[in-house]
Ligand binder design. Structure first.
Ligand code: TA6
Length: 293
């Protein structure tokens, strides 16, 4: 069990599990269990806090906006918000009984020169005083991330939230995702709502689906040969995005390398995309767990 800080990267381990978080965006960029890597990271991903491009891979945090937000309060904010581009503070990492814990923090104080944050504040006509904290807990066969947001001064702060997790899979064509049966989803490529009636989702083309999860959809498995991952999350993460850019989408992304690696990845992303409003002085928390089964 160890903790090592290498510049902007914080590496920590517990038993047969190893993880690495980049201070940029507080992005979990690696989660290894018994020698197998479970997260996808583009070979062109830029992990330096000095660059303002988001990490292409791992688990970028999408906040305060999802996509090009349709919410009035977030329309001026760029796609997927700005906290994934910021250099977060690494607070502490410690090896405890049964797990290793790593804590990170970002507040408005670090964002005051960030144009996207300034645009967000302009909607409210005041400086938004917030604090985000992320706590990763690493166990021998799973990792949990607990994120909390404190709204210090805005009467009703509106935001969207998503863990934009890129999973590495041996072969996406051999992969299927279970747990989505009965959930309504928006096919974002065809802007059509549908109902998923299948016990398993196959990804065999460019895919961008946003599911609204019901009570029966709280355990999502990504299965591919002997690669089996179980995703769970707190109830307030009631949306789930499944995305694969496929060949055509990969070709358009400069930092998606190698281009053929769309065959070895799939984004499966728990979030609160419909928009949440947090009262002044309030705290909002969510949890997400990735378990190797
Ligand atoms: O989460 C899926 C998605 O919203 C896709 O629509 C696609 O835009 C993807 O995110 C990549 O977004 P990014 O800004 O990370 O390139």
């Amino acid at each position: 069990m160890s903790v090592e800080v290498e510049g902007d990267l914080i590496r920590f381990s517990y038993g047969g599990a190893r993880a690495c978080v980049a201070r940029k965006g507080c992005t979990l960029v690696s989660f290894v269990v018994n020698g197998d890597e479970y997260l996808y990271l583009s070979e062109a991903a830029n992990l330096s806090s000095k660059s303002s491009t988001p990490v292409r891979g791992g688990m970028p945090l999408i906040f305060p906006a999802f996509g090009k937000s349709y919410l009035e309060s977030l329309k001026a904010v760029q796609q997927h918000g700005f906290v994934r581009n910021m250099a977060w503070d690494f607070v502490i990492a410690e090896v405890l009984t049964e797990r290793t814990v790593a804590r990170f923090r970002l507040s408005h104080r670090q964002c005051e020169n960030e144009q996207q944050y300034i645009s967000w504040c302009q909607f409210y006509g005041q400086r938004i005083e917030f604090e985000l904290s992320m706590v990763f807990e690493l166990f021998p066969d799973h990792i949990t991330v607990d994120t909390s947001l404190v709204n210090e001064n805005v009467s009703e702060l509106e935001f969207q939230f998503l863990y934009h997790t890129y999973f590495r899979v041996p072969c996406v064509r051999d992969m299927y995702i279970t747990g989505l049966k009965g959930a309504k989803y928006l096919d974002r490529l065809q802007t059509r709502y549908r109902l998923d009636t299948s016990p398993m989702l196959k990804v065999e083309e460019q895919t961008d689906k946003m599911y609204t999860l019901g009570e029966a959809n709280r355990e999502i498995d990504i299965l591919s040969g002997n690669y089996n991952v179980r995703l769970t999350a707190s109830e307030n993460l009631s949306d789930l995005v499944v995305w694969n850019p496929w060949k055509e989408g990969a070709a358009k992304m400069k930092d998606f390398e190698p281009k053929s690696s769309y065959r070895n990845m799939c984004c499966v992303e728990f979030g609160a995309v419909e928009g949440t409003t947090l009262a002044k002085g309030g705290r909002w928390r969510c949890q997400h767990t990735i378990t190797i089964i």
